[in-house]
Design a protein around this ligand. Structure first.
Ligand SMILES: [Zn+2]
Length: 448
């Protein structure tokens, strides 16, 4: 009996190994994903929520999924914020010691503008909110606060370095406003020293005065800090005409292959269709969207019939509101749709390493499949979350999985003008999509 079971298990693994090989083979030779990403990024371009390009991307991905012959493709309405950057921002350092110099700057998403005339004020540099509190109102009022805490370069996964610095960008404006600051300048959330400013969203706290916030490149943050040490009277001039407009109607885009055995149990694979209004949102997150579509296309191309219903979801407005993810979870609850699993690809489109898996039992189960992934150099199955867009499903008992690519290059491109199609490698993107497909294949087949 033991021998029979054992041989069955070996048989199953052999069969799975063959199916998984066919998934990688097909992706590496037949996938249209890279050309589809080219269209999304080069023809449509960047796709901030509420923009005409975001609307074009909704149309395009709907048509794309229809052309792949998915069973159902539909749009899910959602209201999204519409933030507008306005004119090219200005940040000028004015020092009697070092002269006047323009710095490399970008407004933070959701920031209000400075008014047409701009704001000119003395600068106070801080590393964190504790320093801000110590300095207090008497040292901060009427000034511009400069948040300059850098990434910790010793963190091997750059998302940890990002996580250790990003409070300055997200909450810095409101924290500084509590002490009477008139604007904030934030060091870019970047893993290297260069001249590219990184945008990203901020959140204004209710009841706190809203003040403008911009990000400065890491190179110019270092310059500003150096000059400040010699010239404490240094001023900066900042001007941005960014503004928040009325909410706009938009959509999540959903494509489905209906399950053969449990059609009422859903597995979601997704990314976010919106991007920042700089660059082309290629790594963040056009690539993740196309990879999610590729998972379903791959099932169809290979004639694999999923037991559960598979959905590729293009979430809208992850970057500056998360309205798409929230709406998707809300509708799932209202319709009583049982979402058993959600996987997100939103960490760039680099060489696949593995997955982060939230549920400890599922993690153990997936680690047991490691031999099936080893031929593709996929070795990392570690604890961790799924992603922002699928996050709101967590109260519905949905198991969360995050696609985990190499992280070293992501934070030199993230939220910048440099996140363009040309920085995405075709083979890496295909390997990523195949890796996602292989895990979905196993989880759909064996359950968890
Ligand atoms: Zn993203």
């Amino acid at each position: 009996m033991v021998a029979t079971l054992l041989s069955f298990s070996i048989m199953a693994q052999t069969n799975d190994a063959e199916v998984i090989k066919s998934i990688y083979d097909e992706a590496l030779t037949e996938s249209p994903g890279y050309e589809n990403l080219r269209y999304l990024t080069k023809v449509i371009g960047h796709r901030l929520a509420g923009s005409p390009q975001a609307a074009a991307a909704v149309d395009y991905t709907r048509q794309l999924m229809e052309s792949h012959g998915f069973d159902t493709v539909y749009l899910q309405p959602v209201m999204v914020p519409h933030w507008v950057r306005g004119e090219k921002e200005q940040l000028r350092m004015i020092s009697s010691y070092a002269g006047t110099q323009e710095l490399s700057v970008t407004a933070l998403g959701n920031s209000i503008g400075t008014g047409n005339a701009g704001i000119s004020a003395q600068v106070v540099e801080v590393q964190n909110f504790e320093e801000l509190e110590k300095l207090g109102k008497k040292n901060i009022e009427g000034k511009i606060v400069f948040f300059n805490r850098a990434f910790d370069y010793t963190k091997i996964n750059t998302f940890r370095a990002y996580g250790g610095a990003v409070d300055q960008r997200g909450a810095g404006a409101s924290e500084a406003a509590k002490y009477g600051a008139v604007a904030v300048v934030v060091r870019s959330m970047a893993s290297q020293i260069d001249d590219i400013p990184h945008t990203g969203s901020l959140r204004y706290q209710d009841g706190i005065k809203q003040i403008p916030a911009v990000a400065v490149s890491t190179l110019d943050a270092n310059l500003l800090s150096t000059v400040l040490k010699e010239d404490q009277q240094l001023k900066v001039y900042v001007r941005t005409t960014s503004r928040m407009e009325e909410m706009e109607p938009s959509f999540n885009v959903i494509g489905q292959i209906t399950g053969s055995e449990k059609p009422d149990e859903y597995i979601v694979i997704g990314g976010h269709l919106d991007s920042w209004d700089v660059g082309e949102g290629a790594h963040d997150d056009g690539g993740g969207c196309i990879q999610s579509i590729e998972v379903l296309r791959s099932f169809k191309a290979l004639g694999i019939k999923p037991k559960h219903s598979l959905r590729a979801v293009m979430f809208m407005n992850e970057e500056n509101g998360l309205k798409g993810g929230q709406e998707y979870a809300k509708v799932a609850l209202e319709k009583n749709e049982k979402h058993i699993l959600a996987m997100e690809s939103d960490r760039g489109v680099f060489t696949p390493r593995g997955f982060t898996i939230q549920d400890p039992d599922m993690l153990k189960q997936v680690q047991g499949w490691a031999p099936l992934f080893a031929p593709y150099e996929i070795y990392e199955f570690i604890p961790g979350g799924g992603g922002s867009d699928i996050g709101p499903l967590k109260n519905q008992n949905t198991k969360m999985v995050g696609f985990l690519p190499d992280s070293h290059r992501y934070f030199k491109l993230h939220h910048t003008a440099a996140d363009v199609f040309e920085t995405v490698d075709k083979r890496e993107m295909e390997m990523g999509a195949a890796t996602m497909t292989a895990l979905i294949y196993l989880l759909d087949k064996y359950g968890f």
